[in-house]
Design a protein around this ligand. Sequence first.
Ligand SMILES: Nc1ncnc2c1ncn2[C@@H]1O[C@H](COP(=O)(O)OP(=O)(O)OP(=O)(O)O)[C@@H](O)[C@H]1O
Ligand SMILES: [Mg+2]
Length: 263
Amino acid sequence: MVILESLSWEVSVMLKLKNVVLVRDKKTILHIDDFQLAEGEMLAVIGPNGAGKSTLLKVLALLEEPTEGEIFFRGERVTGKNALSIRRRMAVVFQEPLLLNTTVFNNVAQGLKFRGVAGPEIERRVNYWLERLGISGLRNRTPLHLSGGEAQRVGLARAFVLEPEVIFLDEPFSALDFPTRVDLLEQLSELLANTGTTAVFVTHDFTEIPYLTGNVAVVDGGTVVYRGKLKEIMKEAASIPVIKHLLKPLQKSMLVQDYFQEV
Ligand SMILES: Nc1ncnc2c1ncn2[C@@H]1O[C@H](COP(=O)(O)OP(=O)(O)OP(=O)(O)O)[C@@H](O)[C@H]1O
Ligand SMILES: [Mg+2]
């Protein structure tokens, strides 16, 4: 692993993985010696299909227990005893929002109900986040007939309503058309900045990263092969096969841009 920029000692670490190994079907699918996510950091995780991005995200979000190794949340080692209470300080958004067959309002309220939040407070918080994500008009709709963009706004509202300390997003906008994707990336960036929420955003598309952050971890073969600033990674791209591979479609889309400039 090439470390381009080590975290300074003053930055407090929110999440840390130490010698983590995850074995499934007798195959090691994740092995991370040392990984740190700083307080308030917005980190993009990029890598090809099957690299281990979702597995890393699920381990960080305490949704998958590693076979070996330790996880620390704000310096406290995660154990069977404290995992659930720590997990409740986190939120996750997946590519396919896992919505329930009830109203949008109830979908957003669900996590707060689980956490035992009182009715009027649920009402206030859900209304606030529906408004903030521009989906107040959908409150009584069921998710079945929502567009992909609307459904993902509901997914974001479900996560932000929990006021999590850290939010994990696994390719949340990959299935959306380009204009909707850009809208949501811009909105997410603003929400993260305004709330100061620490975030990990998994993508396989380099073009999504600059909307959100300059901090990148490149995952390949179940491990973090590169961690640093996006600009530095771009400079080194030619010498790192996995990055070269991921940048290829981008170069092709630049060819399309040239074409449009010519006509
Ligand atoms: N429960 C499991 N049992 C066996 N193998 C698994 C399991 N979960 C993941 N894997 C394997 O681990 C590897 C990493 O999977 P993962 O889903 O983390 O990749 P990814 O980088 O998120 O890929 P994608 O870009 O396609 O989403 C893959 O080869 C996958 O088949
Ligand atoms: Mg994945």
